[in-house]
Design a protein around this ligand. Structure first.
Ligand code: MG
Ligand code: MG
Length: 265
């Protein structure tokens, strides 16, 4: 069942998602060669809890009886999603997708951004730019009267016309009091198919795009999803509300992109 949200509930969702955006900005300050993903995780968990929220990913169950051990997912290079923080330092030229979830005042935030570590090769930077653009192409389709397939089709077109792969096995989702609600929001599909978009629907759109083949595999840790061919992968995610005024982006990249701009100066 798809739970439609009231205006008041959407404002609570916005607060949870703004906190995710601000957490990602704290991490943007310290994503550099030499930092470990465990260090990033500690900063994220402390910031989320200091702001009165709970990191929703921590202890999230999986079918293997192996709950997720950290507050954020840190997926480096060929890791697509669900990477577990560890003590290995990031290297110049790496990319890292940091996915972050919060529970604040009963509502969930969920957003992800792929960061460059130091200087990244132009062809990898292009994968990141196209993946982020595909997210915004999907958001543009998120209007009342359109269908879920319109979102997936737009994401897929942007990625595939640039020669990249679109992961099929993992999808976006409805979001509200639960992190994962109905409907599924695939990053592929056909226009005019799937669930009709209605006022008050809140969804997380999250393209997972690969440099070469879209085939994936599971790491031995039973969490990390890797590209099968070892190519790079990027992942950007926004939580949005579908409203009469159009798509309302509840999460935010503004805080972190402001930090990244300042670091370049
Ligand atoms: Mg996420
Ligand atoms: Mg999500």
């Amino acid at each position: 069942m798809i739970v439609l949200k009231t205006d008041d509930e959407i404002e609570l969702l916005r607060q949870a998602n703004l906190l995710v955006g601000k957490t990602l900005a704290e991490l943007a300050k310290i994503v550099e060669p030499g930092v470990t993903t465990n260090q990033l995780n500690r900063v994220a968990e402390e910031y989320i809890r200091d702001n009165g929220a709970v990191p929703t990913f921590k202890d999230f169950p999986n079918p293997y009886g192996n709950p997720f051990p950290a507050a954020i997912c840190t997926s480096v290079n060929d890791a697509v999603v669900h990477g577990i923080p560890n003590n290995k330092p990031l290297k110049d030229g790496d990319i890292i997708s940091i996915d972050c979830g919060t529970l604040l005042d009963g509502f969930c935030g969920d957003s992800c951004y792929t960061f460059c570590v130091g200087e990244v090769k132009p062809e990898i930077k292009k994968l990141l730019d196209v993946t982020k653009q595909s997210l915004y192409e999907g958001i543009e389709q998120s209007v009342i009267g359109h269908r879920i397939g319109d979102i997936g089709s737009a994401v897929q077109r942007e990625a595939e016309t640039n020669g990249y792969g679109v992961v099929r096995e993992l999808v976006g989702h409805g979001i509200g009091k639960e992190m994962h609600e109905e409907p599924h929001v695939p990053n592929y599909g056909n226009c005019g198919t799937g669930e009709m978009l209605k006022n008050g629907m809140c969804i997380a759109i999250e393209p997972m795009i690969t440099q070469y083949s879209r085939q994936i595999c599971m790491n031995a840790d039973k969490w990390t999803i890797l590209t099968r061919d070892g190519g790079m992968a990027a992942h950007y995610e926004h939580t949005i509300a579908i409203r009469k005024s159009g798509p309302d982006i509840l999460s935010s990249f503004e805080f972190l992109e402001d930090v990244l701009r300042r670091k370049r100066i």
